[in-house]
Design a protein around this ligand. Sequence first.
Ligand code: NDP
Length: 419
Amino acid sequence: MSRVLVIGCGGVANVAIRKCCQADDVFTELCIASRTKSKCDALAEALKGKTKTVVTTAQVDADKVDELVNLINSYKPDLVMNIALPYQDLTIMDACLICGVNYMDTANYEPEDTDDPEWRKIYEKRCEEKGFSAYFDYSWQWAYKEKFEQAGLTALLGCGFDPGVTQAYCAYAKKHEFDTIDTIDILDCNGGDHGYAFATNFNPEVNLREVSAPGSYIENGKWVEIPAMSIKREYDFDSVGMKDMYLLHHEELESLAVNIPEVKRIRFFMTFGQSYLTHMKCLENVGMLSTTPINFEGHEIVPIKFLKALLPDPASLGPRTHGKTNIGCIFTGKKDGQDKTYYIYNVCDHQECYKEVESQAISYTTGVPAMCGAMMLLTGKWTEKGVHTVEEFDPDPFIEALDKYGLPKRESHAPVLVE
Ligand code: NDP
């Protein structure tokens, strides 16, 4: 028996909600609340007759703490699942604290307005102190640790695939395969083809900000930053084949460096096709990825938001995307004094996802872990109070749930390593 409030009703939320409704013995009541209520109503309508979960809908502007507080106090959920955008993380955490409710999300905080002088002052100091320049980092949400602890509440951060499952894989490797881990390479491969020359697989604004930023990795406890897309490797992925992949900055590197402190090097690679990279570079060169508003014929527009309006909606890619994703982690380290290597990953088929939940595999591989993470909190498998990332919890019940709900793990004890 549980009551869950989901905020956001985009690509990822659609999958997470459909999966919650498959586990209707755990998710007995669910309210879908978002900025555009018609999207919530359409999903609730589509779910009618297919689940025992009692689904209701609401309108909310999650940038406004008072609106959130009113909604949470009237619905009285056991858990708020934030599947809106990273911009809303702090307002939703504030509202959860005020109302005494557990919180979870799928991406760490990033401000919508990166020109805000107050935010920039803190950001520039962090760039200098830590040595990476991504707009997102955990400091904003880690600052809530004590408040959540004192309130006896849990905030689970970044429970999608990457971040999310990748950290559970790290915890799993540490628990079952290694005494000490020396290196971690996280490999995110999308072998899917949607037939468009250029489209993003999840929210275009968040996606393009992430991949156009400088890359970085952790070596001997320090960040090493490199120009965007300047480290390229080839890898032969199980069920996908040979792909070019590029080193990116990614949020789980930051928490893994804290929670698995013996690791000497942590890197994150993502595959991109040449067409995607050429389009992105061109859009960047002409200023279309800028978040700074410009005046156009008397209207103020933000170039990246205008671009988002022109690009295909990621939720519409489902029927046309064919191929598979392969996401996982390769480890080197020691067990019983011996060197060893280990690879744990998942392969997911875009068309299979579409048949099941009317979505492509990127939203699927994010939405299923969000549901499984919520299940861990609601069924008392993960009870630690405070603010935590996935690798801080027992990975076994979570990975078991992923196996059951559509993202089974695969393993190799003799993987090809990344140079
Ligand atoms: P979408 O853009 O498809 O959906 C975002 C949803 O949030 C929309 O329903 C939108 O409403 C709603 N929303 C936006 N602003 C507000 C607001 N102020 N108040 C209420 N609702 C709001 O994004 P995705 O589904 O692709 O991504 C969702 C999240 O998942 C993002 O944080 C993304 O970074 C994260 N993600 C995580 C991954 C992982 O592996 N960990 C991978 C992929 C994504 P409206 O319909 O009105 O626009």
